[in-house]
Write a protein that binds this ligand. Structure first.
Ligand SMILES: CC(C)(COP(=O)(O)OP(=O)(O)OC[C@H]1O[C@@H](n2cnc3c(N)ncnc32)[C@H](O)[C@@H]1OP(=O)(O)O)[C@@H](O)C(=O)NCCC(=O)NCCS
Length: 162
């Protein structure tokens, strides 16, 4: 059974494992491994306490992915959220990315955000195509914004306005 549910304490360990697995692919995220458990715990608890837009995808109760829209710093950016998403390899190409995004975007809009932004590696065509299907528009290119094992990668910045 597949479910999309708001992040809650019982998902924390599974979410960190999912993040770690996507991070270790070294092709998509700024992380190349998950942060230490204690750091994740503080971060996840803050999300739950503040009722942030953060959803996990569960397959038979196990976390296989997430999508979040987290707030920006500064009063002038209070209307802006930053979107992050990831699915473990086995959960991709089944429509879960779109479903997760719809849940996270819906809650972000309901909480009053009017701009949602993200960055995506220029060679991450699957993610970029999903963002475009969801209406995100490319705004620019950050040259050499990632460096993994000595290799530089450019990031495309994208945003969705409401
Ligand atoms: C980016 C990512 C979240 C997209 O998730 P996804 O579930 O694969 O994306 P979608 O839901 O849009 O589905 C993509 C594919 O599944 C197909 N699909 C969509 N709904 C489907 C369904 N109900 N049944 C079967 N296939 C479906 C789509 O047609 C699409 O096919 P394509 O890849 O051949 O074009 C996922 O690939 C991922 O986690 N990647 C690694 C981490 C990452 O890149 N994160 C983003 C960093 S910026």
């Amino acid at each position: 059974m597949t479910e999309i549910v708001p992040l809650a304490e019982p998902h924390f360990a599974g979410l960190r494992d999912a993040l770690d697995s996507v991070a270790r692919e070294q092709r998509y995220l700024a992380f190349t491994q998950a942060p230490p458990w204690e750091e994740c715990l503080v971060f996840y608890r803050d999300i739950v306490t503040h009722d942030r837009s953060h959803f996990v995808a569960l397959v038979d109760g196990a976390v296989v992915g997430w999508c979040d829209v987290l707030p920006s710093h500064g009063q002038a950016r209070a209307h802006v959220g930053t979107l992050g998403i990831g699915l473990v390899t086995a959960a991709r190409h089944r429509g879960l990315g779109k479903t997760l995004m719809l849940a996270a975007l819906g809650k972000a809009w309901a909480q009053g955000l009017t701009r949602i932004e993200l960055t995506v590696r220029a060679d991450n065509l699957n993610a970029k195509a999903l963002y475009e299907r969801m209406g995100f528009q490319a705004e620019g290119l950050q040259l050499r914004a990632f460096r993994v094992d000595g290799a530089y990668h450019d990031l495309i910045t994208m945003a969705l306005l409401r």
